[in-house]
Write a protein of this length. Structure first.
Length: 231
């Protein structure tokens, strides 16, 4: 199921920001998506909701682990300037994906809990299922666990970028209720800075917290606007 969602959100990211290998498929205006209707969003690049959906009944959340996919050719590109001992291996890439998935999940769960949602592991009539995915992830200085004195760092403006996709479903019926897509860059300070694995983690954590705040506020707004009226 997650792979299917990942493919759908990847396409949505393309429609939203016209990046990546599927950019040629981008439409001028996708008003609907799998029965969802496009709505205006001030904080997300793209948002779609099911007309008539009622979010007032949900007091609990079942949060899926975030699937993480790197940008095309990311591993090859970051390894070009690295020595053999400092290159990102497939094992390193898997560790980074897990760390990002765990980090996003922890922040989401913490903020949803503070907002009054119980985090549960099983479906129920009052349980909203949230599936996050991270696609087009690009990290400029990935941590490979190397600590040699001669380790080189990249002189760049930003630490990286990623696109978040969110899918909302009724946990019991699996009815699709909404999707949202948002692309963000990290470390946009406007000046050149040293990019290290430590600063990367801090920058991505800031982005994750921003997305988490948007999610919590968005769920509150959806409850206030329920049932969702078709435009």
């Amino acid at each position: 199921m997650l792979n299917k969602i990942l493919s759908a959100i990847t396409l949505a990211a393309v429609l939203a920001v016209a990046v990546g290998p599927l950019a040629v498929q981008a439409a001028d205006d996708a008003a609907t998506w799998d029965g969802l209707q496009k709505v205006k969003s001030k904080k997300m690049d793209e948002a779609y909701l099911l007309p008539g959906a009622d979010f007032r009944e949900y007091s609990k959340v079942m949060l899926d682990p975030a699937e993480v996919a790197f940008a095309k050719n990311w591993q090859r590109e970051v390894n070009r300037s690295k020595s053999a001992g400092a290159r990102v291996t497939d094992e390193h890439a898997a560790e980074i994906r897990k760390a990002m998935s765990d980090g996003l999940g922890e922040i989401f769960a913490k903020d949803l809990g503070k907002a009054g949602y119980a985090i549960v592991a099983a479906p129920g009539p009052d349980v909203l299922r949230i599936t996050p995915v991270l696609v087009n992830v690009y990290i400029n200085a990935p941590d490979t666990g190397m600590s040699s004195p001669g380790r080189s760092y990249t002189y760049t403006v930003e630490a990286g970028e990623a696109t978040l996709g969110l899918e909302l479903r009724d946990s019991g019926t699996q009815q699709l209720l909404g999707r949202a897509v948002d692309r963000r860059r990290t470390g946009e300070t406007g000046r050149m800075t040293w990019t290290t694995s430590v600063t990367n983690r801090a920058e991505f954590e800031r982005v994750f917290k921003t997305w988490s705040s948007i999610l919590v506020d968005g769920l509150g707004a959806l409850k206030d606007a329920s049932p969702i009226q078709p435009k």
